[in-house]
Design a protein around this ligand. Structure first.
Ligand code: TMP
Length: 416
């Protein structure tokens, strides 16, 4: 275990408003969500203290500590967006949404995507002949994006990079991001950079896992090193208001088990839609601006942990073989927080070749191919990619036909 002493609660201030954070949940010592590793790397595995905090001023839910970005987004980043057919379709729809939104100028529109991964969204703009630019800090995925015909810069975004982009490419109609903004600890610097790049009528369109869904479903596995923030409409509006911008629309999404797509512009450029007021009103009813509500959430998370360990242990005690289905980053939180290792889960299968042959972060469960799962079907499979359950249950009908059963932990622990 390394570097735990680098961090201290005393310095934990909100990254948006600089006020002290209130602690909601302590997940203990956690490895990197995407830190799949070989046996020889076990000894030097990186861990950090993962605690969830809330700022009563900005209403922003966030991690107390986050490992340096370079540890997470590097030349061997293991997450390729295009591995899921469902996500490819989602991003095709996202591009159609933006192209037909009326926010792009008719002549020579220009769009940017922050964290374009392997180009899953921007390739649709490239195909439509729209001027575009991807910004992606991980070398291997940025290379893949360029291979996919997407013009990509391999750098971390900042106000300084925004100024360089402005000089070289000019202002943008739409600045997009999907499952990226919640990763960025220096969020104020990022928003300043975005504002520099926006045309007067330009918009920011981004989506991220939605706090409202996490609270409703007790899906605490959305919390891991990369997700430094969990946004609500209230907190996103607060953040952009500080920079002369505002929320003008939003659209709930099914992705990642419940996300929100936010549309923002410079203040006064557009009239905010009724949906914005309605959603903020509902969030206040749900208590997403209320510390007490998050203490309730914390109790539910503890109960979920207890129920999952109990169920797996009971099955194991009767000699059942249990596999994890999909080596997702969010499963790292569940497995490490609940202390689930090879004592309870025999293996995890995953379709991503660079994860196969490695071990899960922290708990070191072997990651095997999907073929292994087909050839060695377990009695039970824990749906670690529960957010893709529709797609998975549909394509794995044979698993059930051969006598297997699914286990899920969201929204509650149960055998499906
Ligand atoms: P995520 O999108 O929830 O982070 O999950 C992505 C991981 O799940 C990635 O490693 C690929 C894996 N996966 C499978 O192995 N099989 C599947 O059917 C799906 C949808 C994902």
């Amino acid at each position: 275990m390394k570097n735990l002493d680098l961090y201290s609660d005393e310095i934990a201030k909100c990254r948006v408003c600089n006020e002290k954070l209130s602690k909601i949940i302590d997940f203990g010592s956690q490895p990197l969500g995407n830190g799949f590793l070989g046996k020889s790397e076990f000894k030097n595995e990186f861990f950090f203290p993962m605690k969830l905090g809330f700022s009563e001023k900005s209403k922003m839910i966030q991690l107390f500590h986050q490992p340096e970005p370079e540890r997470m987004f590097h030349d061997e980043y293991a997450f390729f967006s295009s591995t899921s057919k469902y996500m490819s379709k989602h991003f095709e729809d996202f591009s159609e949404f933006v192209i037909s939104s009326g926010y792009l100028e008719f002549k020579n529109p220009f769009v940017i995507e922050l964290g374009c991964n392997d180009g899953i969204l921007l390739k649709n703009f490239a195909l439509a002949g729209i001027k575009h630019l991807g910004i992606e800090p991980s070398v291997n995925v940025a290379k893949e994006a360029n291979k996919n015909g997407v013009n990509t810069i391999n750098e971390f975004f900042s106000e300084e990079l925004a100024k360089r982009i402005l000089n070289q490419y000019g202002k943008v109609d739409a600045f997009m991001a999907a499952n990226v903004m919640c990763h960025l600890p220096k969020i104020s610097d990022v928003v300043r950079g975005i504002k520099i790049l926006l045309k007067d009528k330009g918009v920011v369109i981004f989506e991220d896992p939605y706090l409202g869904d996490v609270i409703k479903k007790t899906s605490y596995d959305q919390i891991y090193d990369e997700h430094v923030f969990l946004f609500s409409a209230i907190s996103v509006n607060y953040l952009f208001n500080l920079h002369g911008m505002e929320l003008i629309d939003l659209y709930p999404q099914k992705t990642h088990g419940g996300s929100m797509r936010y549309v923002l512009s410079k203040k006064g450029a557009y009239k905010p839609s009724e949906r914005v007021f309605e959603t903020i009103k509902n969030e206040k009813i749900l208590g997403l601006d209320n510390l007490e509500k998050f203490f309730e959430f914390s109790k539910k998370v503890e109960k979920s942990k207890h129920n999952l360990i109990t169920l797996l242990q009971e099955l194991k005690d009767t000699g059942k073989v249990i596999a994890g289905y999909a080596a997702t980053s969010k499963s790292t939180t569940v497995l490490n927080y609940c202390g689930i290792g090879q004592n309870l889960i025999d293996y995890i299968c995953d379709t991503t070749p660079i994860k196969q042959g490695k071990y899960s972060p922290g708990m070191h469960i072997p990651v095997v191919s999907h073929n292994y799962f087909i050839n060695n079907p377990p009695d039970f499979a824990l749906l670690l990619a529960w957010n893709h359950s529709e797609e998975i249950l549909e394509k794995e009908k044979n698993f059930i036909n051969r006598g297997g059963s699914w286990i899920t932990h969201v929204p509650e622990v149960k055998i499906i």
